[in-house]
Design a protein around this ligand. Structure first.
Ligand code: NAD
Length: 499
């Protein structure tokens, strides 16, 4: 059995805990490897190694750091296929989607290549007679990232590119469900010239995460995952005096106004709901259909579903792969069954699709489902399903739709579909959600903006990557200086004045 271990100090290091967890191939249902779970001792080792590497790394010139980021950018691009294949093998998403993930992750490396520009401080001359003030941004020290299963390349790159370019040393705790891509990222960073110890991976679960949250030498923690875990990580990390950004789950609504083009909206809803088997934090999970658009829209979505090709992610024709585990597949299927008994209409029932072909048998596959007349109070509406289930909620007016979206505890992404620019502008003004698409169903910001939801989708005040990432991974120092003539020196017990 292939063993997957930590990456500490520029080399693979075995776990000392003796605890190992199976890593499945979701398309076959077979165990393909085992990952070693970190002990507290492993976490201490990684933090010590990252701590030792910090002094030299923060002293490394900006141009040298930028050069390493450029080399890393080139290597990630050259290894896109290798990274995507690892993602497909352990996560299950189709290869083209995995390539898309790597490409969106790469944007963050490209952003970090501009670190000399991004770390510029400010300078004010003559704030008082003969006195100047300047500000500088300095790294925090050892920082950690804890990432979810659904983007094993992109989400680590959201964090590590900026964190490292800013001069921090970094410890990644990837999801134990798809741990291999993190190790390839470590190898590529080493090949790019990153000194040993600047980037490290500890594999594991709550033990590893709690170890990082409690370790006095870890200065900041970035987290992306489900809301209950995000909430607990935020409170534990901040109680320990750390800077924490914790991004949680989602329930993304797509508001379709009566003037929207039905085919365009249906294509967008199907793509955004079922892409990556709905296992995206920016997936559309609820279409909010306003007025008379509901019937034709539900028909248009339903008519597209039988044509979707579901199969192993490494088969060229497959458009949607399996779910991450058998338990998760069964949980998702449970929402479809429950919706019918709670008053929704099951238009398409994914549980009826059977996957008994030789290439799918044993895999964690589930067909796509479409639920109509879904409303608050039903589990399919109230909870994050994180699978290939699209709900339609019907409302009479824009205002009713907006109230529904704003009342939802999550606020990650949302979209409006309309031909009316005024309505779209009003929506962008009114909606209490962090990322908004106008005729764009999955509005993940480009890397030179920042990513973050509102409400239960983000704990803390720092959005991730882009300019907010640079802020998160640095602290500001402000220097006030003067070079007075000693002949003018005098004692003055008053508080320093600028006038
Ligand atoms: P998860 O919360 O179960 O796990 C995320 C990470 O936390 C993993 O590394 C896991 O090992 C660790 N973890 C799990 N339980 C823990 C605990 N009790 N204490 C400490 N650490 C723990 O999430 P997941 O199932 O891997 O990912 C799916 C979730 O992530 C969904 O809710 C999805 O919406 C969310 N997500 C959010 C975003 C975003 O940007 N807001 C992006 C991607 C995924």
């Amino acid at each position: 059995m292939r063993q997957i271990d930590h990456w500490i100090g520029g080399a693979e290091v075995a776990s000392t805990s003796g605890r190992r967890t199976p890593v499945f191939n979701p398309a076959t249902g077979l165990i393909q490897a085992e990952v070693g779970m970190a002990s507290n001792e492993d976490v201490d080792t990684a933090v010590a190694v990252a701590g030792d590497a910090f002094g030299d790394w923060r002293s490394t010139s900006l141009s040298a750091r930028s050069e390493i980021m450029f080399a890393f950018r080139h290597l990630v691009e050259a290894h896109t296929d290798d990274l995507a294949s690892l993602v497909t093998a352990e996560h299950g998403k189709v290869h083209s989607d995995a390539v898309g993930e790597v490409t969106r992750g790469l944007e963050n490396v490209e952003f970090a290549c501009g670190i000399p520009n991004l770390l510029k401080g400010g300078f004010s001359e003559q704030v008082s007679t003969g006195i100047d003030v300047h500000s500088i941004r300095q790294p925090l020290g050892v920082v950690a990232g804890v990432t979810p299963f659904n983007f094993p390349v992109m989400v680590p790159l959201w964090m590590l590119a900026n964190a490292i370019a800013c001069g921090n040393t970094f410890i990644l705790k990837p999801s134990e469900k798809d741990p291999s891509a993190a190790l390839l990222l470590g190898e590529l960073l080493a090949k790019a010239g990153l000194p040993a110890g600047v980037f490290n991976v500890v594999q594991g679960d709550k033990v590893a995460v709690d170890g990082l949250l409690d370790h006095p030498d870890v200065r900041a923690v970035s987290f992306v995952g489900s809301t209950p875990v995000a909430r607990s990580i935020y409170s534990r990390g901040t109680a320990n005096g750390k800077r924490v950004q914790a991004l949680g789950g989602a329930k993304n609504h797509m508001l379709v106004l009566p003037d929207a083009d039905v085919d365009l909206a249906a294509d967008a809803a199907v793509s955004a709901a079922y892409g990556s088997a709905g296992e995206r934090c920016m997936a559309v999970s609820v279409v909010v259909a306003v007025g008379a658009v509901a019937d034709p829209l539900v028909d248009a979505i339903a008519s597209r579903l039988p044509k979707l090709i579901i199969g192993p992610g490494n088969e060229a024709d497959s458009e949607m792969g399996p779910l991450i585990t058998a338990e998760h597949r069964d949980r998702v299927a449970g929402y479809v069954g429950g919706a019918g008994s709670q008053g929704a209409t099951v238009v398409v029932d994914g549980r009826e699709q059977h996957f008994d072909s030789p290439t799918c048998e044993g895999g964690f596959f589930l067909g796509v489902s479409l639920l109509d007349h879904v409303a608050p109070g039903m589990a399919a509406y109230d909870e994050e399903i994180f699978g290939p289930v699209l709900s339609v909620a019907r409302v009479d007016t824009y205002d009713e739709g907006l109230r529904l979206i704003n009342a939802n505890p999550y606020g990650n992404g949302t979209a409006i579909f309309t031909r009316d620019g005024g309505a779209a502008r009003q929506f962008q003004f009114d909606v209490e959600v962090g990322m908004v698409g106008v005729n764009v169903p999955v509005p993940v910001p480009v890397a030179y903006y920042s990513f973050g939801g509102w409400k239960e989708s983000l704990f803390g005040d720092a959005h991730m990557y882009g300019p907010a990432g640079i802020d998160f991974y640095t602290r500001t120092k402000v220097v006030t200086s003067r070079w007075p003539d000693p002949a003018t020196s005098a004692i003055d017990l008053g508080f320093p004045r600028t006038r």
